[in-house]
Design a binder for this molecule. Structure first.
Ligand code: NAD
Length: 434
């Protein structure tokens, strides 16, 4: 099948590459010429394990192409995937201007009947609206079908998820279009869940809101654990063994970040508000998530009378491990606070430092490895649970730091092991080691 994917971010590039891997001929369109040049040479503009190799292979086998030219990209194509961003507007609602532009680009260029598949996360009713945008602007007399196909991949495991996802959601009001999209995805061997368009749109928001709720829930439990002398890890473990609850998304810490949960939870509150429904529970989830970063900072400020002139080693900047994505990363708020308090911040992240430089306080000093960050530091903060940090010998803190005080926002170490070292260790929802 000849397919075009519009937008080559974390979702579009992975989608396009994986569709080419299962045998389709895929053209990816992006408006960013630098990105397109890079991708043509088989280099991914984002860090995603396994993506470069898969791109190179499919470019070589002439199944994967890149262009900035919409006319060229839409020529003779049967199916178009929309995978552009839907970032948050100031009021928390989703910005649909990129999606609208793609709709107009499609209308101006398609010359044959086409199925438009929306991968981007869009509020309920958006697909109906996109169809109207396209139909209103069509230059040629062609038929346009629309399918909602929300994406559930996780950054850092995106290729794995594309081939091993739990389900593919296909929302359509036209059975033939739904069947065609199911057919396209068949080689992935993943169950397809077919439903109507509005339910498909809602599934994406409901799923993300539920996962965010699990995180905020365990974070609240973690805060109570600290006060009553319980250990949140044991609690989560004991809870998670109940199949009705499940063990995933029960890791206490400094909260969720990234390009999806923060914006999608806020957008769902807006979607509910638009129909005069007050989504109180989700508002609480969002509030708790914000609070978690403050909790870490409050602990730090209680421990040190002043951070003025103190060297703070920050380990991890990306919003989660295995990605270079800095969107809504906890490190942005936390490093800003440290700089405001006069600290001397030395930060290290295995892959996100280039992106961090664009969004983090310019006074942060970047170093090239963990040891350099820890050298003569007064305190270390762990903000992302990269394996590189989890595998670190606790002795490394002791050997390199001026004072071995660790605030672990991601519960990377077992306090029982930490007890064997001369370090002061504070984590989330677990007793401190002093
Ligand atoms: P992104 O910001 O990384 O990438 C969007 C890309 O679209 C950019 O490269 C941009 O240059 C390009 N673009 C913008 N307008 C364009 C146009 N008119 N023509 C061609 N290209 C254009 O976004 P992302 O993280 O890949 O997310 C895309 C969508 O998928 C969002 O709606 C997001 O909520 C959703 N989603 C993201 C994830 C994730 O983990 N990132 C997971 C599931 C769903």
């Amino acid at each position: 099948m000849k397919i075009t994917v519009v937008g080559t971010g974390y979702v579009g590039l992975v989608t396009g590459t994986c569709l080419s891997e299962i045998g389709h001929t895929v053209t990816c369109i992006d408006i960013d010429q630098d990105k397109v040049n890079k991708m043509r040479s088989g280099q991914s503009p984002i860090y995603e394990p396994g993506l470069d190799e898969l791109m190179k292979k499919n470019i070589q086998e002439k199944r994967l192409f890149f262009t900035t030219n919409h006319k060229e990209g839409f020529s003779g194509v049967e199916v178009i995937y929309i995978a552009v961003g839907t970032p948050e507007k100031e009021d928390g609602s989703a910005n649909l201007s990129f999606v609208e532009q793609v709709g107009k680009d499609i209308a101006a260029n398609v010359e044959r009947d086409v199925i438009v598949v929306t991968k981007s996360t869009v509020p309920v009713g958006t697909n109906d609206w996109i169809k109207k945008v396209i139909e209103r602007n069509l230059v040629h007399n062609v038929k346009v079908d629309i399918v909602s196909n929300p994406e559930f991949l996780r950054e850092g495991a995106a290729i794995y998820d594309s081939f091993n996802g739990d389900r593919i959601v296909v929302g359509a009001d036209n059975e033939d279009a739904a069947n065609r999209i199911e057919e396209i995805n068949k080689p992935f061997g993943i169950p397809v869940f077919k439903t109507d368009i509005r339910s498909a749109e809602m599934i994406k928001y409901a799923a993300n809101a539920f996962l965010a709720t699990k995180i905020s829930f365990i974070n609240e439990i973690s805060n109570i654990c600290e006060k009553v002398g319980a250990n949140v890890e044991a609690v989560a473990n004991g809870m998670g063994q109940d199949n009705r609850i499940g063990s995933q998304f029960l890791n206490a810490g400094i909260g969720y970040g990234g390009s999806c949960f923060p914006k999608d939870t806020k957008a769902l509150v807006q979607i509910a508000g638009n129909v005069e429904y007050d989504f109180e529970l989700l508002k609480g989830v969002i509030h708790v998530n914000r609070k978690q970063q403050e909790i870490l900072l409050n602990k730090l400020n209680e421990r040190f009378e002043s951070l003025e002139g103190k060297k703070v080693a920050v380990l991890g900047l990306a919003f989660k491990p295995n990605t270079d994505d800095m969107r809504e990363a906890a490190s942005i708020v936390i490093t800003k606070h440290l700089i405001e308090k006069g600290a001397n911040v030395a930060a290290y992240d295995p892959v996100a430092m280039e992106n961090a430089k664009k969004v983090i306080d310019s006074k942060v000093h970047y170093v090239s490895n963990t040891t350099e960050a820890l050298k003569d530091a007064d305190v270390a903060l762990i903000l992302t649970e990269w394996n590189e940090f989890k595998d670190l010998e606790i002795g490394t803190f002791e050997e390199n730091m001026k004072q071995s005080v660790i605030f672990d926002g991601r519960n990377c170490y077992d306090p029982k092991i930490v007890e064997n070292y001369h370090v002061e260790y504070h984590s989330m929802g677990r007793p401190s080691v002093k």
